[in-house]
Design a protein around this ligand. Structure first.
Ligand code: HEC
Length: 157
């Protein structure tokens, strides 16, 4: 029993060290676009490819790349693009993390379902995947989203 407890303490220490490692979140508290080849980039890319790409497309061009922002023959919208052609960059960091943790907000009649991944992914993985998605945006979009994230946080009580 004592060994089991010891193992838990070690796991807790290692995972807290992991979540604070790297430079995923900048000094302003906003997730920085991942630098190609960095630890955050590689983690974000592997999470994205394993957990997101099947719906949102390997390159972030959406479930229906030919008409990504249109409903399909069933009348439902698919997973939207995350790249610069989509609207993901209009969402602040906290909303993006919430959607990934809790699932999509679209009603299932009009949208395909975005699953809740909060039990599958750690906070560090969620931050890394957001940092990776940010590499799909133009620098203007990155700046606007960063300012939007700070503006939303400034309004919070
Ligand atoms: C089973 C398919 C599926 C998977 C897997 C999936 N999504 Fe989604 N996602 C969707 C659908 C469908 C929507 C649109 C409906 C909605 O928002 O409810 C969506 C919406 C979103 C949105 C909000 C819309 C936008 O453009 O900002 C974000 C952010 C998002 N997904 C991120 C992710 C990330 C990150 C992953 C992987 C960690 C992921 N999704 C995995 C299907 C999926």
């Amino acid at each position: 029993m004592r060994y089991l407890l010891f193992a838990f303490v070690i796991i807790a220490l290692v995972s807290s060290a992991c979540s604070s490692a790297g430079d995923t979140v900048g000094e302003d508290g906003v997730i920085a676009p991942a630098i190609a080849g960095s630890e955050t980039y590689l983690l974000g890319q592997s999470v994205y490819n394993a957990q997101c790409a099947s719906c949102h497309g390997v390159n972030g061009d959406g479930q229906f790349p030919d008409a990504p922002l249109e409903p399909d023959i069933t009348g439902r919208y698919g997973a939207p693009p995350h790249d610069e052609s989509g609207h993901t960059w209009h969402h602040d960091d906290d909303l993006l993390m919430r959607i990934i943790r809790e699932g999509g907000m679209g009603d299932p009649v009009n949208f395909y379902v975005m699953p809740a991944l909060g039990l599958v992914l750690s906070d560090a993985e969620i931050e890394a995947v957001v940092a990776y998605i940010k590499t799909m945006w133009t620098s203007e979009q990155q700046t606007a989203q960063r300012e939007g994230t700070l503006a939303v946080r400034a309004q919070e009580p």
